[in-house]
Ligand binder design. Structure first.
Ligand code: AHR
Length: 832
C-alpha cells in the first residue's frame, strides 16, 4: 500500500505552471444536488464562478447527488475527482478533466465493502493516485492508475483521520469545505471565459416568439424584403434525412400502436411494472380471481387465471373502442383439465347493452388449447368491456385472452392500429429506429431489451416491465417492427444496448445503480452472439440458418435486408461503455462488414462531457461506427441560435444521426413556435445533409392520460389521433426531400433577425423534383425574391402560418412564384 502524504500546495504545482502568475481557486460542492463548483479569490474574498460538473449516478429522482467531492491535480496539470454518491452503494464516483471545465463521463468503481463514504484522492510520487474512503467495514484504500481508468481492489487502511481534513473557504458568507489550489491566471481566465459563454448561451437560448412584441428589433414594422440567391453549386446529401423513432413510451406500444384491445391479456402484470399492479389488474370478476403458476401455458408466461362458472370482464386500455359492423378476432388459451367447459364472450357497451356476443365450446383436454371466435359489433362504442362467462362447474385455467380488430394496418394478424399506423406511414419516413431509447438499454442489467425474447408465438414471448413504469407484452416485437418497416418502405434501424443499461437505472439488490458496471465480461460473449443472431435472423437464408428459419416460420422467408444497427442509446460514455461497445462493434464488423453500425455520443449536445468523450472515442476508433447518434431536446431559442451546429463538422469522420430531438417551450406542447424553430433547424440540417445522415423527432407517440414525456409528435386516445405542428413540419420535410442540396443564400434580412429566417433548396436526382423551403419566424411578413433559379408556373406551394402559441395548424395551398410573400410566423414549401 502506498503511504499517504499530505503534500504542500506549492509542491503539487505542475512545473509548467511554476513560472506563471498564480491565483487561488477553491473547488467544492454547495449542496449534493449542485455538483462541483469553482470559486476564485480576488485578494479580498471568494466568489463562486459556477458549476463545472454534477453527479450522473443513478436515477433522476433521489439520486444524482454529489457528496464530499475530493479533487487532486495530476503531474501533467490535469485533474481527478472522486465523490460519494449516497450512503448505501458499494462504489464511488471518479472523473477526469484536462481543464476543470470538461469532466470525462464518470466511472463508478465498485468496492468490496457495503458502502463507500467520503472518498479522498491524492497524487502519488509516481503520478498515480491513492484513494481512501470510510465504510461500515472501516477505512479502506484503492489505488488508481494515472489515467483514472483502472481501480485496484480495495484493501484495509490504517491511514490517519487527517486524510479527511479539508480546506475551507467562506463563499457568500457560508463556510465551505473543499480543495484549495493555486492555478495560473490563464487557467482562471479560461474558466471565466467558459462561464461567460455559458451565460450568453443561456440568455440567447431563452428567446421566445410569444413575447416578440416586447422585443426591441431596431427595424420594426413593414414587410421584410429579402432575396434568395440560388447558386449553381450542388452537393450530394443523404436521401434518408427524415425518419421516425418509435419508443414504447407513454403507452406507444401496448394500448397504442399494437392493436390488442385486452389489457393484461397474459395475467403477467405485477408490482415490478407498477407498485399497485397485480396479475389481475384490468380484470374484474364476481368473486376474486385466483391466479396460479403450477402448470403454465409457457415458461415465459407463468401466470394464468383459474375460474369456475364465473364472469370476468376486462377494461381494455381505458375501455375498448369498437365500431359498428366491424369484426373482432377473439382468442383464448384454456386448460379445462379434461372437463367439458363452454364460454360466452360478449362486448358490453357503456350503457350495459350487449354489442357483440358469441359462444365457445371446448374439447375436454388436459392440455392447453386455443379457441377462437369472431365478434361483430352491433354499434359503435368508445368504452366497452369484454365479458367472458364460463359455464359448467369444473375449474378452467385461462391465459392469453385476446381481442383484435380485423381491420389492422394492412390487415395484418397481430397487427397495428390502423389509424395510428396510417398517420405514421403518411410521414413517409425513410427509416424507423426501434424499439426505444431508455426502454431499449433498460432500467438495470435485468431490464436490458433482448430482441430474441420478442419473436415467435405470442405466448412464448417474455414480457417485461417497461422502464417508463408500465408493462411490455412484447406482442409488438421484432418481427412486427421489421414487418412495419417493410410495409411503409422504411429502413429498419434496431437499436440495442451496448452492454450497459441506462445510466439512470435504479439500484439493484446490491445497491448498485446506474450502468451497474455493465454486463459482466464473462457474459459478454453470449450478449454479442445475441446481437449477431439478430442480423442472421433478419438477413440470413432459412435453408442454412436456424435464426433465419425462425423468421421464415413466422411468415417472412425473404430477408428483411437489415442494413443498419444501433449499438447503445445516449449512454454515459464511461469506461464500462467504451470497453463493451468496442467488443460488440468489432464482432459485428468482423462478421458482417456491410452492416452500418450506429454508435452513440450521449444524451446532450456539445459541450457536454458525453458528447465530447463520445466523439473522441469515435475519432479514436474510426472503424467502429458508420455514424453516431446525437440527442438533444432544447428550447426554441437554442435551435434558433445554433443554426450553424453542423457547419464545421469534420466531413471525413463518422456521419451523424440526430436520433432524438425536439424544440420545446415551457408549455411543453408542440405549437407554431416549436414547429418554426424545428423547420428553421431542418433547413440547416439539409444544408449539412452531407454529414447528417438521418434525423428523427422524439418522442413520436403519446396516449392521452399516459404521458411519460412531453412534447410528442402525435397524441392519441382509443378513438382519435391528433397530429401536431411538429408532425406537419416532419411530414413536409419528408415529402419534399432530395438527395442534392443546391447552394442558396438569403440576403436583405437585418442582422438581428437572421436567426429567424431560413431557406433551403433540394433536388431529388431520381425524379428531378425540386423543393424550396422558406421559413419566416418573424412577427412581420417577408417578401422573398428568388433569383438564380426559375420557378415554373407549374410549381405548387403549401405551408402554414399562425400565432406562436397556437397548437393546431392547417397546412394549406399557398402562393408559388419568383417572388412570394410569407406571412408572419410561417413556413412554405414550393415544389416543381
Ligand atoms: O425520447 C424519450 C427519451 O429521451 C428516450 O427514451 C431517451 O433516449 C431520451 O432520454
Amino acid at each position: 500500500m502506498k503511504q499517504f502524504a499530505k503534500l504542500l500546495l506549492a509542491a503539487m504545482l505542475p512545473t509548467a505552471l511554476a513560472a506563471q502568475q498564480m491565483q487561488s481557486i477553491f473547488i467544492y460542492s454547495p449542496s449534493p444536488k449542485d455538483g462541483l463548483h469553482i470559486a476564485r479569490y480576488d485578494g479580498n474574498a471568494w466568489t463562486d464562478m459556477g458549476q463545472v460538473c454534477a453527479s450522473d449516478y443513478g436515477n433522476w429522482g433521489s439520486e444524482k447527488r454529489m457528496y464530499a467531492p475530493s479533487v487532486a491535480r495530476a503531474k501533467d496539470g490535469s485533474w481527478r475527482l472522486v465523490f460519494q454518491v449516497n450512503d448505501r452503494a458499494p462504489l464511488f464516483a471518479a472523473a477526469y478533466s484536462r481543464d476543470l471545465i470538461t469532466w470525462r463521463p464518470q466511472d463508478y468503481p465498485q468496492v468490496s465493502t457495503s458502502n463507500c463514504l467520503k472518498p479522498v484522492v491524492f497524487l502519488t510520487d509516481e503520478g498515480a493516485f491513492d484513494i481512501y474512503y470510510q465504510s461500515a467495514q472501516g477505512k479502506r484504500y484503492v489505488s488508481a492508475t494515472a489515467d483514472f481508468r483502472r481501480f485496484a481492489t480495495d484493501e484495509a487502511s490504517q491511514i490517519s483521520d487527517d486524510a479527511w481534513i479539508r480546506d475551507t473557504a467562506t463563499i457568500a458568507n457560508v463556510l465551505r469545505e473543499g480543495n484549495l489550489f493555486e492555478v495560473s491566471t490563464t487557467e482562471v481566465e479560461k474558466l471565466l471565459h467558459h462561464f461567460k459563454r455559458q451565460a450568453i448561451d443561456s440568455r440567447v437560448s431563452a428567446e421566445r416568439m410569444h413575447n416578440d412584441f416586447e422585443r426591441k428589433w431596431n427595424a420594426e414594422g413593414g414587410t421584410i424584403q429579402a432575396t434568395l440567391t440560388v447558386g449553381r453549386q450542388e452537393k450530394a446529401i443523404s436521401d434518408k434525412l427524415i425518419g421516425i423513432f418509435f419508443e414504447d413510451i407513454s403507452y406507444a406500444a401496448d394500448g397504442g400502436l399494437y392493436a390488442e384491445l385486452i389489457q393484461n391479456r397474459d395475467f403477467e402484470y405485477s408490482a415490478a411494472d407498477r407498485k399497485e399492479w397485480t396479475a389481475t389488474t384490468a380484470w374484474h370478476a364476481t368473486r376474486p380471481i385466483r391466479v396460479d403458476t403450477a402448470n403454465p401455458l409457457s415458461a415465459n408466461n407463468p401466470h394464468y387465471a383459474v375460474i369456475h362458472a364465473d364472469t370476468l370482464w376486462n377494461d381494455g386500455w381505458d375501455g375498448i373502442a369498437i365500431n359498428a359492423g366491424e369484426h373482432y378476432d377473439f382468442s383464448l388459451f384454456l386448460n379445462n383439465r379434461g372437463q367439458k367447459k363452454s364460454f360466452v364472450v360478449q362486448l358490453m357497451g357503456t350503457d350495459g347493452k350487449v354489442l357483440a356476443s358469441t359462444k365457445l365450446k371446448t374439447k375436454p383436454d388436459n392440455n392447453w388449447q386455443q379457441v377462437k371466435a369472431v365478434l361483430t359489433a352491433k354499434a359503435t362504442d368508445a368504452k366497452c368491456s369484454l365479458m367472458l362467462t364460463a359455464t359448467g362447474g369444473a375449474e378452467v385455467a385461462i391465459d392469453m385472452v385476446s381481442l383484435f380488430p380485423q381491420q389492422t394496418f394492412k390487415n395484418r394478424k397481430n397487427g397495428l392500429r390502423r389509424d395510428l399506423a396510417e398517420t405514421i406511414a403518411a410521414l413517409k419516413p425513410k427509416f424507423v429506429r426501434f424499439p426505444g431509447g431508455c426502454m431499449s438499454h433498460g432500467d438495470g442489467l435485468e431490464n436490458i431489451y433482448h430482441w430474441n425474447e420478442t419473436i415467435g408465438p405470442l405466448q412464448d414471448r417474455r414480457p417485461d416491465r417497461n422502464i417508463w413504469h408500465y408493462h411490455q407484452t412484447r406482442g409488438l416485437g421484432f418481427y412486427e417492427y421489421f414487418q412495419f418497416c417493410e410495409d411503409i418502405g422504411a429502413e429498419p434501424l434496431p437499436v440495442l444496448a451496448a452492454g450497459v443499461p441506462c445510466q439512470n437505472s435504479n439500484a439493484n439488490t446490491k445497491g448498485i445503480g446506474g450502468q451497474q458496471g455493465g454486463i459482466p465480461m464473462s457474459q459478454m460473449k453470449n450478449y454479442i452472439q445475441e446481437l449477431l443472431n439478430l442480423i442472421e435472423w433478419a438477413n440470413g437464408d432459412p435453408a442454412t440458418s436456424r435464426w433465419a428459419k425462425m423468421r421464415a416460420d413466422a411468415g417472412h422467408p425473404e430477408p428483411f435486408n437489415l442494413k443498419y444497427i444501433g449499438i447503445g442509446n445516449e449512454d454515459i460514455i464511461s469506461t464500462a461503455f467504451e470497453e463493451r461497445y468496442e467488443m460488440i462493434a468489432r464482432a459485428i464488423r468482423e462478421r458482417y462488414p456491410d452492416i452500418k453500425i450506429c454508435g452513440t455520443v450521449g444524451p446532450f449536445h456539445t459541450p457536454s462531457a458525453d458528447y465530447i468523450e463520445g466523439w473522441d472515442f469515435t475519432r479514436r476508433n474510426p472503424d467502429l461506427q458508420y455514424m453516431v447518434d446525437e440527442h438533444y431536446y432544447e428550447s426554441t431559442g437554442w435551435f434558433m441560435h445554433h443554426r450553424d451546429y453542423y457547419d464545421n463538422y469534420d466531413r471525413n469522420s463518422a456521419k451523424v444521426y440526430l436520433g432524438e430531438w425536439a424544440a420545446s417551450t415551457k408549455e411543453k406542447r408542440p405549437n407554431v413556435e416549436t414547429a418554426l424553430a424545428e423547420a428553421l433547424y431542418l433547413t440547416d440540417i439539409e444544408r449539412n445533409g452531407d454529414i447528417v445522415e438521418m434525423t428523427s423527432y422524439a418522442p413520436m407517440l403519446c396516449k392521452d392520460g399516459h404521458a411519460n414525456w412531453n412534447p410528442d409528435m402525435i397524441y392519441f386516445s382509443n378513438t382519435d389521433v391528433r397530429t401536431t405542428p411538429a408532425y406537419e413540419v416532419q411530414r413536409l420535410f419528408s415529402l419534399n426531400s432530395g438527395d442534392r442540396y443546391v447552394a442558396s443564400a438569403l440576403s436583405g434580412v437585418p442582422a438581428n433577425m437572421k436567426h429567424r429566417v431560413g431557406a433551403s433548396v433540394v433536388r431529388d436526382s431520381k425524379t428531378g423534383r425540386n423543393a424550396l423551403k422558406l421559413v419566416n419566424a418573424l412577427p412581420w411578413p417577408m417578401t422573398v425574391n428568388i433569383v438564380g433559379i426559375n420557378i415554373p408556373t407549374s410549381a405548387q406551394a403549401e405551408g402554414f402560418s399562425g400565432q406562436p402559441t397556437e397548437r393546431k395548424l392547417t397546412v394549406k395551398a399557398a402562393e408559388a412564384g419568383q417572388s412570394v410573400t410569407l406571412p408572419p410566423y410561417s413556413f412554405r414549401v414550393i415544389a416543381w
